[in-house]
Design a protein. Sequence first.
Length: 71
Amino acid sequence: MGRGKVVMERIENKINRQVTFSKRRNGLFKKAYELSLLCDAEVALIIFSNQGKLSEFATTEYVVCDQSPTI
């Protein structure tokens, strides 16, 4: 028997929202690492919290984010 369906809606309580964000962010980092390991892929994640805090993950030290030409 599987888990029940999770209702996707904004969490109003700030503390609960931050806890959920932290747990899900860590889960995303773990999944990104597993994907890179299993598929020999280069993976990069950039996450901004609602407070503007940056969280990043990359499987290589150097990741090029923007290759658009400058005029």
